[in-house]
Design a protein around this ligand. Structure first.
Ligand code: PEP
Ligand code: MG
Length: 543
């Protein structure tokens, strides 16, 4: 057994098979072909092979495990024989000139989106079957052996670096954690991983090819990775895992209770999400709304920019599921480490200080308007707020609001029904703190992004693992900035909340509430822990 130390991003344990992550290993690119007839033949032969494999697997499972397990393969066969799905794939090949692989991926993605959009619980549980069947068809296209029972087990990825787009691409069903040679706990990769409940050890300083295929244990409480541990240690960690689950389930007593201090101050406890798949976890943990939807994740894992309809459907899904609770959608904060593969941004050497957030929106009005129109159309289905990231001047905010109003007018004249959306400014640069009065005057709420505010205040790259000891999120300068922002917001009747990672730091909850913060927005899995802390505080007795 070997053991390696790093930094943990989430307490808790993950046990899985270690696998060196290779970029784009499962990626299917949007590719055209001249030989559509050949692609149709490849698809048809792969489909026949997949159907026949499902028949064999059904029989085998019936004999070995009984009807319930065998039924899975029956469902897969039905999907492979679904006429509308087959027609869609064929039309993508014949009319779109796409390769068979791309046509399969695209048609299955559309099917999965329709299923995700339904309220039918039975159907929505079928999404993993759609996903599995797609993989079987793709494996047949690659000429892989289909009836061999594939070892499907939880996997811990190993890589030098991972970006948010890599995390989004990975197979969520089996992905239980990752280990990276570099990385920082406040990077977007770490934030995304936390919200997906993925355990990770980052900044280990090394990743060894020889670990491939071995069992790994991530001890998120100590920041350790064990490679090829003995059975005894695995059993010990499994026991620990069970105890942690038990502890977590005790927090569920707080579901349905208010986030209120002993002396009666009510705090709005919101959740941060990256996409609609997290809404179930948000509801399970009883969030009082969504305080930050990081919309840029809609841009990953695709070859083009998402169009208005795609964005509208994604927002509508979240907004209607959460209604009447509020959903605050942040306009896309692209740039820095949040870059999709297809983006043609001319990134200079200092991306954190470069083309990022609202700067992209104001220079690419086409993308900005598409996004705002989608958000406004989704507003009809619930209670929506919109906020703008990376502001440094009142001019930027006023431009953003003008574009928002322009989109409102357009949509109304086109006959769309929209509701009034609340407008917010993110305060995540020192400049925004210093002009917080001017920003607050123009909007309904301020949301403090402490991850970036800390980075820009301390002049310290949040992605740089070597600077970890200097990244002090309790720095008095940052705390003073929060207090200044709250005071400025309240002078203009603005609701002021925090949506950076600091919002979930329970060692600071008392101090933040003492400053007058009205709301906290945290990853869904941390909601109840923060509620417990709020309910234990008596602000009248604090200094
Ligand atoms: C922040 O900067 O605190 C924030 C919430 O935004 P992000 O982490 O996405 O930059
Ligand atoms: Mg930010």
């Amino acid at each position: 057994m070997q053991a390696v130390k790093g930094k943990s991003i989430l307490p808790g344990i993950a046990i899985g098979r270690l696998h060196i992550y290779k970029k784009d290993e499962d990626e299917i690119r949007e590719e055209k072909t001249d030989d559509t007839e050949g692609e149709v033949k490849r698809f048809e032969s792969a489909r026949r092979e997949a159907v026949s494999a499902q028949r064999k697997l059904y029989k085998k499972a019936l004999e070995e495990s009984g009807e319930d397990t065998a039924d899975i393969f029956l469902v897969h066969r039905m999907i492979l024989e679904d006429k509308s799905l087959i027609d869609e794939i064929l039309s993508l090949i014949k009319e779109g000139n796409y390769t068979a692989e791309y046509a399969v991926r695209e048609a299955f993605n559309r099917e999965a989106a329709i299923i995700a959009d339904t309220d039918d619980k039975y159907l929505s549980e079928r999404n993993s079957d759609v996903y599995d069947t797609e993989n079987e068809l793709l494996a047949a296209l690659r000429g892989e052996e289909l009836t061999a029972v594939k070892r499907k087990e939880p996997t811990i990825y190993l890589a030098d670096v991972l970006y948010p787009s890599d995390i989004v691409k990975a197979d969520r069903h089996l992905f239980c954690g990752f280990v990276t040679k570099g990385g920082s706990p406040v990077s977007h990769t770490a934030i995304l991983a936390k919200s997906m409940n993925l355990h990770a050890i980052i900044d280990t300083g090394k990743i060894d090819e020889e670990w491939e295929g071995k069992i790994g244990i991530i001890d998120g409480d100590a920041g350790d990775l064990y490679i090829d541990p003995p059975e005894r240690l695995i059993a010990e960690f499994r026991k620990k895992q069970e105890n942690e689950l038990h502890e977590k389930s005790k927090l569920s007593d707080l579901i349905g209770k208010k986030s209120i201090t002993i002396d009666g101050k009510i705090i709005k406890l919101f959740a941060n999400i990256n996409d609609s798949s997290e809404v179930a976890c948000v509801m399970e943990n009883d969030a009082e709304g969504i305080g930050l939807m990081r919309s840029e994740f809609l841009y990953f894992n695709r070859d083009d920019y998402p169009d208005e309809e795609t964005q509208f459907k994604a927002y509508k899904n979240v907004v209607s599921s959460m209604a009447p609770k509020r959903v605050i959608i942040r306009t896309s904060d692209l740039g820095e480490d949040k870059m999709a593969d297809n983006m043609d941004f001319d990134q200079k050497e200092n991306p954190a200080l470069g083309y990022r957030g609202v700067r992209v929106s104001l220079m690419r009005r086409d993308l900005f308007k598409t996004e705002l129109r989608a958000i406004l159309r989704a507003s009809w289905y619930g209670n929506v707020g919109v906020m703008f990231p990376m502001l440094t001047s009142a001019w930027e905010l006023s431009e953003c609001i003008d574009v928002l109003y322009e989109c409102e007018r357009e949509l109304i004249s086109e006959g769309y029904q929209i509701k009034q959306v609340l407008k917010g400014a993110m305060v995540e640069t020192p400049a925004a703190v210093l002009i917080a009065d001017d920003l607050a005057e123009m909007c309904d709420f301020l949301s403090i992004g402490t991850n970036d505010l800390c980075q820009y205040t301390l002049a310290l790259d949040r992605e740089n693992a070597n600077l970890g000891v200097f990244y002090n999120s309790h720095h008095p300068a940052l705390l003073r900035e929060i207090a200044m922002t709250v005071a400025a917001g309240h002078r203009h009747n603005c609701f002021v909340s925090i949506c950076g990672e600091l919002a979930a730091d329970i060692s600071l909850t008392g101090e933040l509430l003492g400053m007058g913060v009205d709301g906290l927005s945290v990853v869904p899995s941390e909601l109840l822990k923060v509620r417990k802390k709020i309910r234990s505080l008596d602000l009248s007795s604090e200094e």
